[in-house]
Design a protein around this ligand. Sequence first.
Ligand SMILES: [Zn+2]
Length: 165
Amino acid sequence: MISEDLYCSFCARLLDKTLIQGVERPTCLKCRRVIYYDPKLAVTVVIEVNDKVIMVKRAVDPGKGLWGFPGGYVNRGERVEDGAAREVNEETGLIVIIDRLIGLFSEPNDPIVLAVYSGHKVGGCLNSDSIEVMDVEGFSLNHLPPLAFERDLSILETWKKRKSL
Ligand SMILES: [Zn+2]
């Protein structure tokens, strides 16, 4: 999913692994350089339209054929909320305004940090142009489709709590 470098980006030597403070890290033994990877930022947006949350059926793994919230990776240099609105538009056809941050979700050993926002529709209609999505639909909370990520249930719980504040 997220690949790590095989070769040193300075001298092109094949990287070794060394144990640095209990963690195996790619290391160039020639440059004596240790590589520390940054996390990768992804965004997802919970959008409610007529008491239904908008979900997309994934056309790619992980979770191909299952459902999740629209979202994707933020580009470097892109305002995070703009990336969230852009991904929603690409995957659902909706034009949305991003309202608030629901939370940041991360797990040990997972390179991805997920920023979850709520948003509301201001235009567009359900229609996906993205090759990463095979269908887009609104679901009521008590009739959710099979979910790609268990995490989405805790996202919904957090979203419901925040909404009622
Ligand atoms: Zn090197």
